[in-house]
Design a protein around this ligand. Structure first.
Ligand code: ADP
Ligand code: MG
Length: 257
């Protein structure tokens, strides 16, 4: 019997905090370490799908067909050059969000989709920049949620709202949901400011900080156009090394539970 998969939602309703980069990079790091990994693109912008070298426009089937039209997840699965499998998104997912609003059981659509995929060690869910139906459905399916955070003065204003949503999800649809912690991204360690903001956030909300912080680097911005994560294109890069260390950390934390 295989160990059950760990389902990690990567969420923050703020855009541009490196959710998608984190999913792609942690996915590549976990795959490098020998884990079987599934990534799920739940953002209608389909940036994760694109960054894995797949043009959403070429896809006939995508995650929204599974979530709203009863297609089998297995028919939508794609294996990628980064050694991970993907349930891809297209812009049609925006309509799924609207369609689901009036559906009974909408919170459970991602969970149900994942019941229907082959065995994986890790499933990473890339959430859209909102606290709408898709994010709630991701949190309902997840064992834990990782919150990428850019350590700027105002960056924590949304964290309280996200945690409110986590509490609602715990109450109504997924009692066991844990908050893994915050992952500092786009981190500029040269400033004391970033460190201070991070400490304030973790104290205010009593959240673990998942280390190490991911340094700010132009290489991350270049990677999606190459269709590969920076772990594949620049093996020794400090950003890639940081994600490898975070992946190890997450594996250790999961094993300790
Ligand atoms: P989100 O999914 O939260 O909207 P993305 O992962 O798409 O965020 O990242 C937003 C932008 O920041 C992208 O252009 C991405 O390439 C860039 N980026 C992500 N991580 C880093 C980093 N560590 N250093 C520099 N740029 C980054
Ligand atoms: Mg994104």
């Amino acid at each position: 019997m295989n160990a059950p998969s760990r389902i990690l939602a990567v969420a923050n309703q703020k855009g541009g905090v490196a959710k998608t980069t984190t999913v792609a990079s942690l996915g590549a790091a976990l795959a490098e370490a020998g884990h079987r990994v599934l990534l799920v693109d739940l953002d209608p912008q389909a940036c994760l799908t694109f960054s894995l070298g797949i043009d959403p426009e070429d896809l006939e089937l995508s995650v929204h067909h599974v979530l709203t039209q009863g297609k089998a997840a297995a028919d939508v699965l794609i294996s990628t050059d980064d050694g991970v499998d993907l349930l891809p998104a297209t812009i049609e997912l925006a309509r799924a969000e609207a369609d689901l609003l009036t559906r009974t059981g909408r919170e459970h659509v991602v969970r149900m989709m994942l019941e229907d995929v082959p065995d994986y060690d890790w499933v990473l869910l890339d959430c859209p920049p909102s606290l709408g139906v898709l994010t709630v459905a991701a949190l309902t399916a997840a064992d834990s949620v990782l919150i990428p955070l850019q350590c700027e003065t105002l960056s924590h204003r949304g964290v309280g709202q996200l945690l409110d949503t986590v509490h609602d999800v715990r109450r109504y649809t997924n009692r066991a949901l844990r908050v893994e912690g915050v992952l500092p991204t786009l981190y500029d360690g040269r400033t004391n400011h970033a460190r201070t903001v991070l400490e304030t956030i973790s104290e205010t909300y009593e959240l673990d900080v998942i280390e190490p912080p991911i340094p700010k680097s132009i290489r991350f911005a270049e990677a999606p156009a190459a269709g590969r994560s920076i772990l594949a294109t620049t093996r020794k890069h400090r950003g890639a090394e940081a994600y490898r260390a975070v992946a190890e950390n997450l594996v250790r934390r999961a094993a300790a539970r």
